[in-house]
Design a protein around this ligand. Structure first.
Ligand SMILES: *[C@@H]1O[C@H](CO)[C@@H](O)[C@H](O)[C@H]1NC(C)=O
Ligand SMILES: *[C@@H]1O[C@H](CO)[C@@H](O)[C@H](O)[C@H]1NC(C)=O
Ligand SMILES: *[C@@H]1O[C@H](CO)[C@@H](O)[C@H](O)[C@H]1NC(C)=O
Ligand SMILES: *[C@@H]1O[C@H](CO)[C@@H](O)[C@H](O)[C@H]1NC(C)=O
Length: 481
């Protein structure tokens, strides 16, 4: 079921100079044409100069990156000038309806040959494992009303390439050696076949990077950091599971942190057996890899030895239910636990963050500096407990303290259906779910991305644009300030 309505022609927000060039076709027959034409042109130029000046004052520290960020094709009048206001309104309140939240945004999805995506799905695991958000987001967008089949109408371009699908059997890591060549070939293809990549140098194009070190496309941090974000993707928007609050080469690109994939069907069936507000028998739960003697792999230890410390200190504590081996039914254990530990692995994020929230177990986040998904929809500080990596030896005391003081408050926040919905990818998309949150995050970039195009307009292009507006006739021209 679709929850969006058709796009409104344009949104009135921000403060702008709005000029109505009504029935422009008349001008061609009107002797006053050249006077009005020059008059409007003069106003437009004046306003643009004012805009550049004021935006310089406001954002001069970042101006150079803005300018280098995008170019505009002279062959098309920028939607930014005609329809978009770059300044977020502080006076006009947007209604909080779905189409209000998403600002009538439209996304074009490239139709790629199956070797880029659906071929990988021959392995069932590819659409269900923790990296499957690349598949889930693609599917949800295909069925959503934000999708447009007309690329000229699009605000963003989604490039569906699945790179996290196949696994190396030797060490359990996803084998993503093919990711860079596959993505490169995808970019080659779309940039030669359609004009949109070149128009913006990819800055309105969206990719998913759903494995350990996100947009670096490597599973080991040292290699990932050395490889960095592939050159050809550096202007684009990457939806990635990896995120930290400090500077890191693997998020050195416009990005949105997304949750790892957890199957909504599995969650639903687990909750049917163990209801959210039912009795929880386990105090603190963790199941997963805990190395007793972690190996030094090019100077790094798995989980920075945090999991090893947890195992050593709490392995025999009867309030801690710690298991080192995988078990298919582990979701029911989470649903039966009060606190669920979510320590870092190789990367800071883990599927446990999502699983514990959606199954109502308070996540205990042990991953210094982690940047969590959708902070505007999920008030992480109110639904979780954060323990610094260096304090992991005090974990027991910390959890006892929370249990004795504010556990009830945290659980009450956590069990809010809205919050739990925000972390699951449904197909079709549901209002407020993870794909919806991705779209909200993208729609917030609309206002920021569009001015880049304005800055790029040269005077001959403005001339050309005015001419084409006059030719098109009957347009509302909104000049953004
Ligand atoms: C993953 O895909 C690549 C490219 O098709 C292939 O070369 C590699 O063998 C695959 N790995 C596994 C474990 O299937
Ligand atoms: C985009 O630019 C590349 C490199 O300059 C060029 O090879 C390609 O033909 C261009 N694409 C289109 C559609 O013009
Ligand atoms: C881990 O190995 C690296 C070499 O790969 C070495 O320089 C470093 O000292 C080792 N660290 C520890 C704690 O053993
Ligand atoms: C619970 O208490 C801890 C300190 O004891 C505090 O840091 C945390 O913010 C509190 N959480 C909530 C949701 O009240």
């Amino acid at each position: 079921m679709n929850i969006f309505y058709s796009k409104t022609p344009y949104r009135s927000r921000g403060f702008y100079v709005r000029m109505r060039l009504l029935h422009n076709t008349r001008y061609s027959r009107n002797p006053e044409k050249s006077f009005w034409y020059r008059f409007f042109k003069w106003i437009l130029w004046f306003s643009l100069v004012f805009y550049f000046f004021s935006s310089f004052l406001i954002t001069h520290t970042k101006r150079t990156t803005f300018i280098s960020k995008a170019t505009v094709s002279p062959s098309k009048v920028s939607r930014a000038l005609i329809e978009e206001s770059p300044v977020k309104s502080s006076t006009l309140q947007e209604p909080k309806s779905p189409q209000g939240l998403l600002k009538g945004m439209k996304v074009y999805i490239y139709d790629m040959p199956s070797k880029y995506n659906s071929d990988w799905l021959s392995n069932d695991r590819c659409s269900n494992h923790l990296f499957a958000s690349e598949v889930a987001i693609h599917r949800a967008l295909m069925n959503s009303d934000v999708r447009t089949l007309d690329p000229w109408d699009a605000d963003f371009f989604f490039v569906p390439v699945y790179v996290s699908c196949n696994f190396s059997k030797v060490n359990g890591f996803p084998d993503i050696g093919h990711a860079r060549p596959l993505l490169f070939s995808a970019v080659q293809r779309i940039s030669t076949q359609l004009p949109f990549w070149n128009r913006s140098r990819g800055s309105d194009h969206i990719f998913v990077a759903s494995h350990d070190f996100g947009s670096c496309f490597h599973t080991m941090e040292d290699v990932a950091m050395a490889d960095r974000v592939p050159e050809f993707l550096r202007n684009s928007i990457i939806l990635q599971t990896f995120g930290v609050k400090y500077k890191h080469p693997c998020q050195d690109v416009e990005n949105v942190v997304i949750p790892p994939y957890v199957s909504p069907e599995n969650v639903r069936s687990t909750l049917e057996k163990s209801p959210l507000m039912g009795r929880r028998e386990i105090f603190a739960f963790f199941r997963g890899k805990m190395e007793v003697h972690p190996k030094n792999i090019s100077g790094r230890f798995y989980s920075k030895r945090v999991r090893t410390e947890i195992w050593q200190k709490y392995g025999n504590n009867r309030r801690f239910y710690l298991r080192r081996h995988r078990l298919a039914g582990y979701q029911s254990e989470i649903a039966n636990s009060i606190f669920c530990l979510a320590p870092l692995g190789w990367a800071p994020w883990s599927p446990r963050l999502v699983e514990s929230v959606v199954l109502g177990c308070v996540p205990v986040i042990i991953a210094d500096g982690i940047r969590l998904p959708f902070p505007s929809a999920v008030p992480w500080a109110e639904i979780s407990v954060t323990v610094a990596e260096k304090d992991v030896k005090k974990l027991g005391k910390i959890l006892e303290h929370v249990a004795a003081t504010n556990l009830t408050a945290i659980q009450k926040n956590l069990w809010d259906a809205k919050i739990r919905r925000a972390l699951l990818f449904n197909n079709p998309m549901e209002e407020g779910d993870a794909t919806f949150q991705v779209l909200v995050a993208l729609s917030e970039k609309l206002d920021r991305t569009m001015p880049h195009r304005i800055v790029q307009l040269s005077w001959p292009e403005i001339d050309q644009m005015l001419a084409s507006v006059a030719i098109a006739g009957g347009h509302n021209l909104m000049l953004c300030m």
